[in-house]
Write a protein that binds this ligand. Structure first.
Ligand SMILES: Cc1ncc(COP(=O)(O)O)c(C=O)c1O
Length: 289
């Protein structure tokens, strides 16, 4: 399976039914297309099993509630649908995308309480998110866009509207030959990358931004747990831009990114050190248990 994402063989789960991949379409007057009323999940299956599947389904429902709609499927139903999608795909290692959105209906203005909420789930093959950066250390740009305040937007939702600035940041980064961009938040603290959380190492201890205005990633929480189990001190706190110079190692975490070493952020350099490699390897083992 390859090529454009709307032109592939296979099946997509759509509102309770398996439909041919190429027929999983929506109308142009879908509310979500115009007003970003959609939430989604990115998940990875390893050896036929989705890592932290239930947490992802729960977050999907929570994200929808945060942007003011209810998904008409329970967590158990979403879980069953994902199992069906994965089985039908024939893949054992796969990326799984669940997406819920306000569809087309009676409303076409900003308010859309009368439109149906829809849900789709697709699975496909997706290798390392940052290509060979995974080994060498990714090069990150610094974005001009800031993660918004929780008073501006529901910043903890995995909602489409929050990705507009991420797409623009990543385009700017790629134009400079970088793999991604690191973003500061609305107060000027270090926040995260466009689709992954960030960690730093200094003097054998780990520092990671307090996720008070962005996604507290499932991978982030897993890695914090792994570090603590290894007896490593983890500081979850506000990190100032001036501190970047003093950090020795850096990595990103995310379902797609897994644990990806970072070699450079703007003018600051980091080594792909022993702890970074250890965490990346431990994560790879854990997801396949
Ligand atoms: C903006 C953003 N931050 C962080 C993450 C990491 O989250 P997770 O580890 O749950 O995949 C993601 C990926 O989903 C993301 O899109």
């Amino acid at each position: 399976m390859a090529g454009a994402y709307d032109d592939r063989d296979g099946f997509i789960w759509l509102d309770g039914e398996m439909v041919n991949w190429r027929d999983a379409n929506v109308h142009i007057l879908t509310h979500a297309m115009h007003y970003a009323s959609s939430v989604f999940e990115g998940e990875r299956a390893y050896n036929g099993k989705i890592f932290k599947s239930r947490e992802h389904s729960e977050r999907l429902r929570r994200s929808a509630e945060m942007i003011d709609f209810q998904i008409p499927w329970t967590v158990d139903e979403i879980e069953a649908a994902k199992v069906e999608v994965l089985a039908k795909s024939g893949l054992s290692d796969a990326y799984v995308r669940a997406i819920a959105w306000r569809g087309a209906g009676e409303d076409m203005g900003v308010a859309s309480a009368r439109n149906p909420v829809r849900l789709a789930i697709a699975a496909w093959e997706w290798g390392a998110y940052y290509g060979d950066a995974k080994m060498k250390g990714a090069k990150l740009d610094i974005s001009k866009w800031k993660r918004p305040s929780p008073e501006t937007i529901p910043s903890h939702a995995k909602a489409a509207g929050l990705y507009m600035i991420c797409t623009m940041s990543k385009h700017a980064a790629e134009a400079k030959g970088c793999s991604d961009a690191m973003m500061f938040d609305y107060r000027g603290y270090v926040a995260e990358a466009t689709g992954a959380n960030i960690f730093f190492v200094k003097d054998g201890e780990v520092h990671t931004p307090d996720p008070d205005c962005f996604l507290n990633g499932i991978t982030r929480q897993t890695v914090v747990g792994m570090l603590k189990e290894k007896g490593i001190t983890v500081h979850e706190r506000h990190i100032m831009p001036e501190e970047l110079e003093g950090f020795e190692q850096c990595w990103l975490t995310g379902t797609a990114a897994e644990v990806t070493p970072v070699g450079q952020i703007g003018d600051f350099n980091f080594e792909v050190g022993a702890l970074t490699r250890d965490i990346a390897e431990s994560y790879e083992k854990l997801v396949r248990v």
